[in-house]
Design a protein around this ligand. Structure first.
Ligand code: NAP
Ligand code: ZN
Ligand code: ZN
Length: 346
């Protein structure tokens, strides 16, 4: 066991503070990672606030981890000391069920093991990336390609894969009109990735406040959902909508923007349920779907795609003691576009 410094919430809704945690000894198939950067995902805040249900405390959040391998177990074959690597939202799964075998570990029938706020298969609680080091089985570690700096790569491990996976699955590409709802951490990655895939990209934000940024990130069009004219102008025009919004939305109104056979995929994880009229799906043979992160192989594919297209996150690098202030700013939609903790400051 190694004692490492970390930032943790001692109880639900409590501010995060510096503490120490134990990391397990490096097992045969484990790698020890010196964490360099950890992104702040809105999911960290939902969980610290117990917005999704009862959680495990103390909680060390962080599932957008980028770092360097500093030790490998005797059976490790994929990584060596000095490799630049990433860890996302999961650190284990059963590896045997139908979904795991298909590379869909995030949908493991036994339940994937979350990077934090979960109990590992060894019965111990997991602690996330707001810390100096982490020990992870090599099968749940991905390689950060050389061209990608680690600080802007960190948010790809959740925000990147969570948007890449549905954009790929629903065939975003040339000739497709894709809208992204919410220009936050996930949303700005969705814009960059959908643009790189060749789609025509529209941002639907609460206001036009971030319009210049959205267009620079690769959007072709930018509309405010607070303006009723947006819904008149875009009615029936979109092939695919990816909603990244962290709060309940008027799904009926958003579905009205789809073409016949269009699909809206929700990746936002609001704390409250959403109600909408099913006629908004029936009239136009529309689909409403959800998607959670992506499998390990697909996460590697996404990182390679981002490196090839020169895509990293737009980040605001912060010191660890600024984490509580950063949470407040994320809750106020005041993030451009991902806070990343420099873990050297923990
Ligand atoms: P974020 O940076 O806070 O971005 C969310 C954006 O949604 C905001 O920037 C804002 O965009 C918009 N928004 C916020 N409150 C709103 C409201 N009341 N009404 C309308 N729009 C609102 O959060 P994030 O880190 O991107 O995460 C977004 C959501 O995805 C969270 O719920 C998170 O838990 C979830 N998530 C899911 C997965 C998955 O696997 N499915 C993975 C990661 C995260 P504008 O200012 O442009 O309106
Ligand atoms: Zn996340
Ligand atoms: Zn499984």
């Amino acid at each position: 066991m190694t004692t490492v410094a970390a930032y943790a919430a001692p109880a639900a809704k409590a501010p995060l503070e510096r503490t120490t945690i134990e990391r397990r000894a490096v097992g045969e198939s484990d790698v020890l990672i010196d964490i360099k950067f950890a992104g702040i995902c809105h999911s960290d805040i939902h969980q610290v606030h117990e917005g999704w249900g009862e959680a495990i405390f103390p909680m060390v959040p962080g599932h957008e981890i980028a770092g360097v391998v500093s030790q490998v177990g005797s059976g490790v074959t994929k990584f060596a000391v000095g490799d630049r690597v990433g860890v996302g939202c999961m650190v284990d799964s059963c590896r045997e069920c139908e979904n795991c075998r298909k590379g869909l570990e995030q949908y493991c029938l036994q339940g994937m093991v979350g990077t934090y706020n979960a109990v590992g298969r060894d019965g111990e609680p997991t602690y996330g990336g707001y810390s100096e080091k982490v020990v992870v089985d090599e099968n749940f570690v991905v390689r950060v390609p050389d061209g990608l700096p680690l600080d802007v790569a960190a948010p790809l491990l959740c925000a990147g894969i969570t948007t890449y996976s549905p954009l790929r699955h629903w065939n975003a590409g040339p000739g497709k009109k894709v809208a992204v709802i919410g220009l936050g951490g996930l949303g700005h990655m969705a814009v960059k990735i959908a643009h790189a895939m060749g789609a025509e990209v529209t941002v639907l934000s609460q206001s036009l406040r971030k319009k210049d940024d959205g267009l620079k990130l690769g959007a072709d069009h930018y509309y405010a959902t607070s303006d009723p004219k947006t819904f008149e102008e875009l009615a029936g025009t979109l092939d695919l909508i990816v909603s990244t919004v962290s709060a309940p939305m008027d799904f009926g109104a958003l579905l009205s923007l789809l073409k016949v056979d269009g699909a809206m995929v929700n990746v936002g994880a609001p704390e409250e349920p959403v109600a909408f009229n099913l006629f908004s799906l029936m009239l136009g043979r529309k689909s409403l779907a959800g998607s959670a992160i992506g499998g390990i192989a697909e996460t590697q594919e996404m990182l390679d795609f981002c490196a090839e297209h020169g895509i990293g996150a737009e980040i605001e690098l912060i010191r660890a003691e600024q984490v509580n202030e950063a949470y407040e700013r994320v809750l106020a939609s005041d993030v451009r576009y991902r806070f990343v903790i420099d873990t050297a400051t923990i």
